[in-house]
Design a protein around this ligand. Sequence first.
Ligand SMILES: *[C@@H]1O[C@H](CO)[C@@H](O)[C@H](O)[C@H]1NC(C)=O
Ligand SMILES: *[C@@H]1O[C@H](CO)[C@@H](O)[C@H](O)[C@H]1NC(C)=O
Ligand SMILES: *[C@@H]1O[C@H](CO)[C@@H](O)[C@H](O)[C@H]1NC(C)=O
Ligand SMILES: CC(=O)N[C@H]1CO[C@H](CO)[C@@H](O)[C@@H]1O
Length: 355
Amino acid sequence: MAKLMVLTILGLGLAFFRDHRSSYLKRMNASREVKSIELPNCKFVKGIETGSEDIEILHNGLAFISTGLQYPGIKSFASGKPGKILLMDMNEEDPRIVELKITGSNFDLSSFNPHGISTFTDEDNTVYLLVVSHPDFKSTVELFKFQEEEKSLLHLKTIKHELLPSLNDIVAVGPEHFYATNDHYFVNTYLRSWEVYLGLAWSQAVYYSPNEVRVVARGFDFANGINISPDGKYVYIAELLAHKIHVYEKHANWTLTPLKPLDFNTLVDNISVDPVTGDLWVGCHPNGMKIFSKDPETLPASEVLRIQNILAEEPKVTVVYAENGTVLQGSTVACVYKGKLLVGTVYHKALYCEL
Ligand SMILES: *[C@@H]1O[C@H](CO)[C@@H](O)[C@H](O)[C@H]1NC(C)=O
Ligand SMILES: *[C@@H]1O[C@H](CO)[C@@H](O)[C@H](O)[C@H]1NC(C)=O
Ligand SMILES: *[C@@H]1O[C@H](CO)[C@@H](O)[C@H](O)[C@H]1NC(C)=O
Ligand SMILES: CC(=O)N[C@H]1CO[C@H](CO)[C@@H](O)[C@@H]1O
């Protein structure tokens, strides 16, 4: 009897892991083949070799790019080196990269590990850059003032909070005022990879202001990119491992009401919003498992989606660019400016194309 019991428990355990393994592979969309979709006149951005994880373009065409992210479990070509913020002018024919100098007495450059970024421009045209960073596996939001003449970032403040424990991405609605996603997985412990495997959906989104911090949405299977519509009425959150983008209505009191989820056939990472048309541009991982591979032969693919009329019953979704990783590995973000597309990656290069 005892033996039978042990066998039954063993059997249930194995069934659990078998089912889990198949759902895990499905969540990672591990084996999708990528059919190539090319764009004319693509070139690499010179000077970016260690990732371009997040990008934000100002109205005047200046693009901020975070580079050198070191994420637990994922390859990095910048190993051991601090990350940087780069600047590129989308108006130039052959854009050059400038590394922004970081100034300010209270900022430790050596542990800078920039992740999601966002900008806020106030009435006086002062540009603030908010950067999620991970000094020593912690999560902070670093607030900088952009000084265009000097090509520098003046560090103003480090924001930390118990409701911001494992940040991924951020969208600013004021200099010290933002929505952010906590993916839950940016910590230096072995356990978390099991939690990814089990799909516990412990990620959430938080609203932060100096007076009030609260969770505004929860239960995500890896919350990733977050962004806001140009009119400020809707918030979009990418749920990476559930292959969904959630649309929320934003209220005057900053709470969010879910409107609808959209399903995709790919792992949706960053969302950028075209300030003119309101279209969403999404950097995606069509075969997510490969992003964790350290094998130089197994290259993670890249894919860029454009979503038009997201509030309509049937939004139009177009695959604008897709590539199996031979050219560009592991796209995370795609931004447009005047007919040009800039695609960033977790740890690889950045690609600049004409649409
Ligand atoms: C972009 O994707 C990365 C990679 O997962 C994510 O960590 C980052 O915060 C994202 N940024 C935006 C703007 O979504
Ligand atoms: C925020 O505003 C919405 C819409 O007016 C309302 O339904 C909700 O109860 C408010 N929530 C809080 C916490 O004030
Ligand atoms: C990727 O695509 C290129 C061009 O279409 C092809 O030559 C190459 O063999 C493909 N690589 C893999 C690993 O599928
Ligand atoms: C959710 C999901 O599994 N999506 C896709 C992953 O990739 C395969 C193709 O290899 C599709 O059939 C799935 O629909």
